[in-house]
Design a protein around this ligand. Structure first.
Ligand code: ZN
Length: 278
């Protein structure tokens, strides 16, 4: 059974029809309240999600405090230049293998939390984020989706000055300042989406559309990335893969983020994140 997973004020929950259900409560304790533990209990989450009609909800989603669905991942990967139009606007060649960097887990923050800007050259990057749900080692492309708990939205906020301060560029630091990794608002299991390989994704800054693409344009898609990374290291439940951003980032025209800017990021079938810059 498909599910929509949320972190409601620190507790693992599932969402259905505008209401949320506390997973520890409705599973009678078999699913942990901690979202980082619960996200690895995929079979249990699928099972209880098939029987929500038998439970009262814990409240309305609209009244809930949504935190990052995966607040403290063990590993968090970013993928650079993974859309052709973004590689072109960055004046870079198309990659022949995924360009992978570390987005340090300490930068992860909630879907409606503030982004605390440092420096003058901060940029937005709307991204699809895949969340691992089962241990993955040497998995094939065909097997890869079964190791993914779900998909969520991410912003790969980037301090371009810091990123480009070193040669070769140090992506890891430039994309990992505190609060530079909002994710959310919920995590949607792949089977809840009509086509998890083809999702419209947008980014608006102060209401102006800057990015508008479909994830079917990814050069290396989610199954490929999971398979590729799993040949290098064992992936564990909760690990994040920021899959890369389409064209429209601020860098080419030096349209950098300023305090007060509102970053609105959406993916059809998952929802909307809104982060204000401070
Ligand atoms: Zn990125």
């Amino acid at each position: 059974m498909s599910f929509k997973f949320a972190n409601i004020d620190g507790r693992a929950s599932v969402v259905e029809g505008g209401a949320y259900f506390d997973l520890e409560r409705i599973s009678k304790g078999s699913i942990d309240h901690d979202p980082m533990v619960a996200i690895g209990q995929l079979d249990e989450i699928h099972r209880v999600s098939g029987n929500l009609a038998g439970h009262d909800s814990d409240g309305a989603l609209a009244d809930a405090k949504l935190n990052a669905p995966v607040p403290s991942p063990r590993n968090s990967f970013g993928v650079g230049l993974n859309y052709k139009d973004h590689a072109e606007e960055s004046k870079m060649d198309l990659p022949k293998v995924p360009v992978v960097f570390t987005k340090y887990p300490s930068c992860i923050t909630g879907p409606f939390d503030e982004v605390c800007l440092r420096g003058e050259m901060n940029d937005y990057e709307a991204e699809l984020v895949a969340v691992i749900g089962r241990t993955a080692r040497d998995v094939s492309v065909d097997e890869a989706w079964s190791h993914v708990a779900g998909l969520t939205i991410g912003q790969d906020i980037s301090d371009r000055a810091l990123q480009l301060a070193a040669r070769p560029a140090h992506f890891g630091l430039g994309k990992s300042r505190d609060t530079y990794g909002p994710i959310g608002p919920i995590l949607v299991s792949p089977d809840a989406l009509d086509d998890p390989n083809d999702l419209p994704i947008t980014c608006d800054i102060n209401g102006e559309r800057r990015q508008d693409a479909k994830t079917s344009s990814l050069i290396f898609d989610v199954p490929f990335l999971v398979s590729y990374l799993s040949e290098v290291m064992t992936l564990e439940a909760g690990d994040l893969i920021f899959t890369g951003t389409p064209a429209g980032v601020g860098m080419p025209d030096k349209r950098f983020l300023k305090p007060g800017d509102v970053i609105r990021t959406s993916i059809d079938g998952i929802g909307v994140m809104e982060n204000i810059c401070r």
